[in-house]
Design a protein around this ligand. Structure first.
Ligand code: GDP
Ligand code: IMO
Ligand code: MG
Length: 427
């Protein structure tokens, strides 16, 4: 069976955790392919809420093998804490497999993320300060430490000694910070973390290929989103990995022909945390209503999310960048009380009309969204379970979005709960 990819189509927090959990019912493996604990994926089961950062969102099911692929950056302290929290809630995490090729987030990565953000002042990116950028930078400059290094203390110490010399020089000379102790880090990583992480480490490339050969169902769970992608997002206001569907190949070790479905997750409106361009951003009452009704505060950092109307220009681009086969539209219920809802169908700038984002970001910063306004449905959707129960105006909104972006909407979220979705499946 070819793999299915779940990918965020906006700036994150579209509901990837909820959808992954939902799809995992029919899957055998759920694999994270990029990012790290900058992600916060929420799953609500009855009264219980799980906010997962590193552990794949399929973990709640006993039949799922959760896998952390080579493309992820792993802070072992966070991984172990997450495993402990899940275990305390009665979730069995013993099947978790972590790629030996995944890179480690080290204490100096977090420190550098914090101080460089401060140094940037008003130009700060608004990162999650989890050390994600510095860890991927070390991977690219080939001075990173990998999960497999935890299994070989001699190599670990050698690589650490090499890396920390330059990190400490930077911390002291550029940022006026105290140096970090290699001995203290080695003691913590090798003494505390390695014995607990070692049993989780495995050959995840063979694992996913054997699963594909055996006809098992694989779900690749993206973190962050298309417009936070290092190559295709609103650079430099992006994360340092490739959340787009292509990242599912490089981040797990499968080829493009091993991917079948690519499901794009989109909120029925749009949000963004951190700095960067946002053409359909709203303020005032509309923003207050979206934040309040959608509980738009970061799962991970608690920051208030910026809100805006659905942007079909970006969604169309997300279809192309990810080869989306379908879309899952989440949080439609958040719009329940609006008299009317707006959809951005194009941008205008300098007398030109754009139906895809202008390639030059200076233009993106200046665009004016062209809106279509549709009537609201003013009906509580949170109890709707069948497509026949959708009010006509809500159905019209969904159909309008599907028409605008050119792929079918297969699922609609009508509340945070595991059961709060409506299937419109045509496949
Ligand atoms: P992720 O990072 O893409 O997994 O998304 P987050 O978990 O960070 O943020 C999505 C938030 O919306 C979470 O609080 C979810 O519980 C919630 N959520 C997901 N789907 C729906 C939905 O259809 N309706 C409502 N009201 N909330 C939803
Ligand atoms: P999930 O998987 C929303 C944002 C940060 C910042 C930028 C770079 O829950 O959708 P980083 O720490 O990655 O270097 O920060 O990316 N960002 C997210 N925004 N959801 C996320 O993850 C995010 N992960 C990173 O706010 O603007
Ligand atoms: Mg999130």
């Amino acid at each position: 069976m070819p793999a299915t990819v779940v990918v965020g189509t906006q700036w994150g927090d579209e509901g990837k955790g909820k959808l992954t959990d939902l799809l995992a019912r029919e899957m055998d493996l759920v694999v994270r392919y990029q990012g790290g604990h900058n992600a916060g994926h929420t799953i609500v089961v009855g009264e219980e809420s799980f906010a997962l950062q590193l552990v794949p969102s399929g973990v709640l099911y006993p039949h799922i093998t959760p896998v952390i692929g080579n493309g992820v950056v792993v802070d072992p302290a966070v991984l172990l804490e997450e495993v402990d929290v899940l275990s305390a809630k009665g979730i069995d995490t013993s099947r978790l497999v972590v790629s030996g090729n995944a890179h480690l987030i080290m204490p100096y990565h977090q420190e550098l993320d914090r101080v460089s953000e401060r140094y940037l002042g008003k130009n700060a990116l608004g990162t999650t300060k989890r050390g994600i950028g510095p860890a991927y930078a070390d991977k690219a400059t080939r001075v990173g430490l990998r999960v497999q290094d935890l299994l070989d203390p001699k190599i670990f110490k050698e690589k650490l000694e090499m890396a920390i010399r330059e990190k400490n020089a930077t911390l002291a000379k550029v940022y006026n910070r105290l140096p970090l102790s290699a001995d203290e880090i080695a003691e913590r990583y090798l003494g505390e973390y390695a014995p607990r992480v070692a049993p989780m480490v495995g050959d995840t490339v063979s694992l996913v290929h054997e699963a594909l050969e055996d006809g098992r169902e694989l779900l690749m769970e993206g973190a962050q989103a298309t417009f936070l992608d290092l190559d295709h997002g609103t650079y430099p206001f992006v994360t340092s990995s490739n959340p787009v569907a292509g990242g599912a190949c490089t981040g797990t070790g499968i080829g493009p022909r091993d991917v079948g479905r690519v499901i794009g997750i989109a909120k029925a409106y749009i949000t963004r945390v951190g700095a960067g361009p946002f053409p359909t951003e709203v303020d005032g009452d509309t923003s207050e209503m979206l934040v309040e009704r959608g509980h738009e505060f970061g799962t991970n950092t608690g920051r208030r999310r910026r809100c805006g109307w659905f942007d079909a220009v970006m969604a169309r681009q997300a279809v192309r960048l990810n080869s989306l086969t379908e879309v899952a539209l989440t949080k439609l219920d958040v719009l329940d009380t609006f008299e009317s809802v707006k959809v951005c169908v194009a941008y205008e700038a300098g007398g030109e009309r754009y139906t895809y984002p202008p390639y030059h970001q200076s233009v993106l910063h200046q665009v004016t969204p062209v809106y279509e306004e549709l009537p609201g449905w003013r009906t509580d959707l949170t109890g709707v379970t069948e497509s026949s129960g959708m009010p006509p105006a809500a159905r019209r909104y969904i159909d309008f979005l599907a028409e605008q972006i050119g792929v079918p909407v297969q699922l609609v979220g009508v509340g945070p709960g595991r059961e709060q979705f409506v299937s419109l499946a045509t496949r």
